[in-house]
Ligand binder design. Structure first.
Ligand code: MG
Length: 375
């Protein structure tokens, strides 16, 4: 029986994880739920599953949450409350808060869990060095939840890294893969929020439309698997059936295939090293019949190139890029900028940011706050 905590319990990853946990009451014991600001689903889940520890990031909702839950539930709120809840000991912590808000809770959880199932890719992009060093120090295993990284983690398991030539992650290409580039200026929020293959939260969906998601994932892969920038590649594969591949010096390429359903990688991360049923059918390759591949179009999707350049640069540039992307995402969602301005905002911030020395998690958080608050 594994005890579990979920950071980002009411988001898309959190709810998918709960769906899996509910199917296996003999294997998983959900102990801690951390939500952002959505009180109703948090209360409903906590009551239904009898969760002893519940936290909400929005401090103003403490009283309402406390009153809605049974008296024996321990309730935390605000930034410090989220960190207190992150410091509760569990077997597996699912880190699924969106964006840089997840950095500190993820870092805190590392010394209080045996394995960290990492879905919060932004925390690896911005703070990968510090997170991986602390995991090593604490003896905590990091299991990726991002579908591409789960795939790479699985195909890399049996081979020596010396023999590895490259790792490839796939991108669906998002909703605008074939849209004429002249029409990009008229892309609306509603159009960008409709992903052709994956059901995900808004941040991940918009990042997928700009291909910044793949940029973040290239960086995530390089850090998680300790690979140099030239060994990590992204290719467009519109069917989203192959998620990740590893290629070796003898001409072998190993690929991981599954339907595009996040429950597969989530169940793998929760149950690792055992596999866990999660109601996702195995592939019918005859029915699928065709898998296609193409090179990513950097002109159409400048965010991917920006991320590749930041991976080749240093941690400072990655932190700035990640924060600038979150800022641009918020501006786009608030109808303050057009879709085509997202890479422009990121590029301008990267150009004007003054270098900072980065050593600690606090250095990362203050730079992230500075960038997101500055412009
Ligand atoms: Mg992904």
């Amino acid at each position: 029986m594994k005890s579990i905590s979920i950071h980002g319990a009411t988001g898309s990853i959190g709810l998918n994880a709960i769906d899996i946990i509910k199917r296996h009451p003999d294997r998983f014991n959900l102990r801690v739920l951390i939500g952002g600001s959505k009180i109703a689903p948090l209360v409903q889940l906590a009551k239904e599953m009898n969760i002893p520890y519940v936290a909400i990031a929005d401090q103003t909702q403490y009283k309402a949450l406390k009153e809605a839950l049974p008296t024996d539930t321990t309730v935390f709120a605000g930034e410090s409350g989220v960190l207190e809840a992150s410091a509760l000991n569990v077997d597996v912590c699912l880190a699924a808060i969106t964006g840089s808000a997840g950095i500190r809770p993820t870092y805190t959880a590392l010394s209080h869990c045996k394995s960290l199932a990492i879905a919060n890719k932004e925390s690896i992009v911005a703070a990968g060095e510090q997170i991986l060093a602390k995991a090593k120090q604490c003896g905590t295993q990091i299991i990726p939840v991002d579908s591409e990284h789960s795939a790479v983690f699985q195909v890399l398991r049996s081979d020596k890294l010396d023999d590895l030539e490259s790792v490839t992650i796939t991108a669906s290409g998002g909703p605008f893969r074939t849209l004429p580039i002249e029409q990009f200026s008229s892309i609306t929020k509603e159009m960008a929020l409709k992903h052709p293959n994956w059901a995900m939260g808004p941040k991940n969906t918009i990042d997928s439309a700009t291909l910044m998601n793949k940029g973040l994932e290239i960086i995530e892969a390089a850090l998680l698997f300790n690979l140099s920038a030239n060994k990590v590649k992204a290719i467009v594969h519109p069917q989203s059936i192959i998620h990740g591949m590893s290629s070796y010096v003898d001409g072998t390429t190993l690929a991981h295939l599954s339907l595009p359903d996040m429950r597969t990688p989530i169940s793998y991360a929760l149950g690792y090293p055992e596999r866990t049923t999660c109601d996702v059918p195995t592939l019918d390759l005859i029915k699928l019949a065709t898998l296609t591949f193409e090179a990513p179009d950097h002109q159409r999707f400048p965010c991917l190139k920006i991320a590749e350049d930041c991976l080749r640069a240093d941690q400072f540039h990655r932190i700035v890029m990640n924060a600038a992307n979150e800022l641009a995402f918020n501006k786009f969602m608030n109808n303050e900028i057009h879709f085509t301005q997202i890479p422009e905002v990121i590029y301008d911030i990267l150009e004007s940011a003054k270098p900072h020395r980065i050593n600690t998690i606090s250095d990362i958080i203050s730079l992230d706050n500075l960038i997101r608050g500055e412009i």
